[in-house]
Write a protein that binds this ligand. Structure first.
Ligand code: NAD
Ligand code: 6OD
Length: 484
């Protein structure tokens, strides 16, 4: 049985307190995860602080960047191992993990190493009150030991999206992967040792949130900042923990994202785009579209086309050729999603397609598969329109005017992402500017340029990461003024 150990100060550490990791596709136990407690958190924080004072703290940015390139190269060299680990943990389709999760997991190190190496800081010259001259310049230093608390939906990608810039800026990190997906963060420990990242720079502690590693990390006074991706409610708990000591937080939280399709959109591209945004990764993408608004002249045709697409998705385990929809992550999450499927019916939805559990052969009958599901006919107050489900489902409603579409999209506490489909440039710009989100895609979805700002408005997050924006969180900027 695979053992998922903690990675502390360059060593793999067993604790003897274990919990099971089960495969989403068949619910079989695939490993034992060693839960970290307060003692392991204390040890990791001490090692992280020592590394800041050692070779890592003295290292030039050029050398750090070289090492991070080596990390990316080593992930790519061991691509198949990372892929196998991610597939075993998540059950997602092979094509998805091999094209998105693992390549981005490696790229996150190279991109931020290059950004940090090449981005200048500001400098000003001024005349002093007595007619002299003073110059100011900004100097960046690392924040310190960063707690990186991660979700399970894109485990390697979302973890390295934070670890890459944190290390590029000279910090040390303590990663708490989701209890559902311990594998790739652990494997990355081997990579760090192999390429010569000093001990204590990258560390991994396994466990849960409250009363476990997550809470112990976020409460620890030796943690200088916390970067978190996960549910908004969890963010509230972490923010309360971070308040003690006034530690900064960077939060990427939940969403209830709208897709808006205008009648003038390229119809086939819009259908393909919303198929991805509603069903990719079995709907377990924070940027996913669970509310779709379609302009009335094409409403019926669009609903039929999306139904056809949903019904053509092949459901199955990672390795099934052509699979488009894998399982949900866990039995608990399956119960939550099916609970929403039931509520939609109770609240009067027309179920266009899906709404239940597919017939799966053999061992996969025990897996966490659900049908891709489309509803129409619900009032905007319905729970499946208001609350984040994080499953392969969406409600489609018609709209008449641009103003109505904007108002519908904005009528939520969340503000993460929107995808807008139109061929009218004016409509695209007006709508994109009026939507209250951190990310607006036009005629596209989840298209990424890592130099750009990424994050959520309203209850979907605090702060922005990506490009130079990551530097704002992962460094302290000091202004140095010199009177000449
Ligand atoms: P979650 O909030 O349940 O858990 C995330 C992590 O937080 C896990 O590692 C968990 O163990 C830990 N945790 C839980 N309680 C904690 C506490 N009190 N203190 C410290 N750590 C704690 O989220 P999840 O179910 O893993 O992920 C799904 C959620 O993440 C969805 O809401 C989704 O929208 C969101 N998400 C957002 C983004 C984004 O970029 N905005 C990206 C991916 C996922
Ligand atoms: O692409 C990224 O950098 C990113 N943070 C994606 C988030 C996806 C949410 O599920």
């Amino acid at each position: 049985m695979k053992q998922f150990l903690n990675f502390i100060n360059g060593e793999f550490v067993a604790t003897g307190r274990t919990f099971e990791k089960r495969a989403p596709a068949n619910n079989q136990v695939i490993g034992q995860v060693h839960e970290a407690g307060q003692a392991e958190v204390d040890a990791a924080v001490a090692a992280g602080r020592a590394a800041l004072k050692g070779e890592w703290g003295r290292m030039s940015v050029v050398r750090r960047a070289e090492l991070l390139h080596a990390v990316a190269d080593e992930i790519n060299r061991r691509f198949d191992e990372f892929l196998a680990a991610e597939l075993a943990d998540t059950g997602k389709p092979h094509s998805l993990a091999s094209h998105i999760d693992i390549p981005r997991g490696a790229a996150n190190f190279k991109v931020f190493a290059d950004i940090v190496k090449n981005v200048p800081t500001e400098s000003f010259q001024m005349t002093t009150p007595d007619g002299g001259t003073a110059i100011s310049y900004a100097a960046r230093s690392p924040l310190g030991v960063i707690g990186v608390i991660c979700p399970w939906n894109l485990p390697l990608l979302l973890m390295t999206w934070k670890v890459g810039p944190a290390l590029a800026c000279g910090n040390t990190v303590i990663v708490k992967p989701s209890e559902e997906t311990p594998a790739t963060a652990t494997l990355l420990g081997e990579v760090m040792n192999a390429v010569g990242i000093p001990k204590g720079v990258y560390q991994v502690l396994h466990g849960f949130g409250p009363g476990s590693a997550g809470e112990f990390i976020t409460r620890h006074p030796g943690i200088n900042g916390i970067t978190f991706t996960g549910e908004t409610r969890t963010g509230e708990a972490i923010m309360a923990a971070a308040a003690k000591g006034v530690r900064p937080v960077s939060f990427e939280l939940g969403g209830k994202n709208a897709g808006i399709v205008f009648a003038d959109a390229d119809f086939d591209k819009a259908v393909a785009g919303i198929t991805r945004s509603a069903f990719e990764n079995c709907g377990q993408v924070c940027l996913g579209t669970e509310r779709v608004y379609v302009q009335r002249p094409i409403f019926e045709k669009f609903v039929q086309a999306l139904k056809d697409k949903a019904e053509s998705l092949k459901i199955g385990p990672s390795e099934l050729p052509g699979v488009g929809l894998g399982p949900l992550i866990s039995a608990e999450h399956k119960a939550k999603v099916l609970g929403y499927y039931a509520q939609a019916v109770e609240q009067g939805a027309t179920v266009v397609t899906g709404g239940g559990v597919p017939d799966m052969p053999g061992e996969y009958a025990q897996g966490h598969f659900v049908q891709p599901t489309i509803w129409t006919g619900l009032p905007e107050t319905a729970s499946v329109i208001r609350e984040e489900i994080f499953g392969p489902c969406c409600h489609i409603a018609p709209f008449d005017t641009e103003e109505e579409a904007i108002a519908l999209a904005n009528a939520t506490d969340y503000g993460l992402a929107t995808t807008v489909w139109t061929q009218n440039l004016g409509t695209a710009h007006r709508v994109a500017n009026a939507i209250e989100v951190g990310l607006c895609w036009v005629n596209s979805w989840f298209l990424r340029d890592l130099r750009t700002a990424f994050g959520g408005a309203k209850a979907s997050g605090i702060g922005r990461e990506g490009g130079v924006h990551s530097l704002e969180f992962y460094t302290e900027t000091k202004n140095i003024m010199i009177r000449l």
